[in-house]
Design a protein around this ligand. Structure first.
Ligand code: UD1
Ligand code: UDP
Length: 353
């Protein structure tokens, strides 16, 4: 059987790594890179670190408005998927690469599986929400990371092909956690374990030029050393707003880091401030309290348990929360046992439509 994975950006390379290993045992696995992320620090580093083989096909979709970028992926992916004629196409998460892969597969009448299916923020202003809803609707196999995701699909009438498999990012955290701890990156940056904050910000709603003053004020209110591996989009917005210097005075800005160094920083952070979907959940996996700088979250269990809280990008609110960071006693394994990829590969191998 032949399986094609369509990936295109940072979290998808990470999610595809355990899947590629598991699928190689049951299928001819072909990897297609849409080119949505092209800088080495957002792309190649993950192939190098996580043992993901170089892509079999690469589409240079690059950056652009949603329409321009998605259109480039659609026209680029169509001949590739038509030529490969796989038995199954897999898409991951909720990005424009997910949307494009899902639409091309559905229109070519190829069977489609969605990894990380069923997550919802219930906020259609987020491009990711639109992407994940569309991908779920046109999928044949829906691999859910949590019971909440299964329930979300059921509420939308999707009960066929739904499988609770756990989260593949737990697989990655288990496999690469020890190597991440050995990077010693916090020490190299002069940071004391437990004594610093790790910050990431890249979401569309937080990266307009108008949003930059509030981001800088939040950085200035952290009140302890802060390290901020900064997405190029956010760096560009700070530069445009003339606020990069203030951000650099308030926090240690680094380029985007590879998974190992980033996770090395996360595991010994005292607190994490992020607007990332993946990072807020990884903070939970490593038992690091998290402030999510958004109105909504897809990983609602982390909030219900008190490990994660939603806050606006507002220095007063964030300052008050940082003064009172707690580590709840309960820390159940919310997102599976680290064998999600094997479970997906077994389901793929057994799939007979
Ligand atoms: C995308 C996803 C987001 C995901 C994130 C993971 C969509 C709509 N958004 O956001 O869901 O959380 O990836 O990191 O799919 N850029 C570079 N180098 C690169 C890639 C991008 O400098 O290699 C810059 C470009 O200026 C670009 C901007 O970053 O315009 C935004 O890139 P884009 O791929 O549109 O979205 P992300 O913010 O990366
Ligand atoms: N990550 C990384 N280096 C960084 C920032 C994040 O390796 O500098 C990893 C992080 O551990 C997580 C994933 O990237 O696994 C999250 O990606 P991102 O925040 O870009 O996207 P989202 O999860 O919000 O879609």
């Amino acid at each position: 059987m032949k399986v094609v994975s369509v990936v295109g950006n940072r979290p998808q390379f990470i999610k595809a790594a355990p899947l590629a290993a598991a699928l190689a045992k049951v299928s001819d696995h072909v990897l297609v890179h849409t080119g949505q992320h092209y800088d080495a620090e957002l792309s190649r580093v993950f192939f190098d670190e996580l043992g993901l083989a170089p892509p079999d096909h690469r589409i240079e979709a690059g950056s652009g408005s949603h329409a321009v970028q998605t259109a480039a992926m659609l026209t680029g992916l169509e001949p590739v998927l038509a030529g490969e004629r796989p038995d199954l196409v897999l898409v991951y998460g909720d990005t424009n690469s997910t949307l494009a892969g899902a639409l091309v597969a559905a229109k070519l009448r190829l069977r489609l599986g969605h990894v990380e299916s069923g997550l919802r923020s219930f906020d259609r202003a987020m491009p990711e929400e639109v992407n994940r809803v569309v991908a779920d609707v046109v999928s044949d196999l829906r691999f859910c990371p949590s019971p909440t995701a299964v329930a979300n699909l059921a509420a939308e009438g999707m009960t066929d092909g739904v499988h609770l498999v756990g989260d593949v990012m737990v697989d990655v955290a288990r496999t690469f956690g020890p190597a991440a701890r050995r990077t010693g990156v916090a020490g190299r940056l002069g940071l004391t374990p437990g004594g610093y904050a790790l910050v990431t910000v890249h979401r569309q709603s937080n990266t307009s030029a108008q949003a930059m003053p509030a981001l800088v004020e939040v950085l200035e209110t952290i009140g302890r050393p802060a390290v901020f591996p900064i997405h190029p989009r956010t760096r560009a917005a700070l530069e445009t707003a003339g606020l990069l210097g203030r951000a650099e005075a308030a926090a240690t800005l680094t380029p985007p880091l590879g998974y190992l160094e980033f996770t090395g920083l996360l595991v010994s952070a005292g607190v994490c401030l992020t607007d990332s979907g993946g990072v807020q959940k990884e903070a939970y996996l490593h038992a690091v309290p998290c402030i999510t700088l958004r109105d909504t979250s897809e990983w609602v269990e982390t909030i219900e348990l008190g490990w994660n809280q939603l806050l606006p990008m507002d220095a007063t609110a964030v300052g008050a929360a940082l003064a009172d960071v707690t580590r709840p006693q309960q820390h159940p394994p919310l997102y599976g046992d680290g064998h999600a990829a094997e479970r997906i590969a077994d389901l793929v191998a057994a799939y007979a439509p």
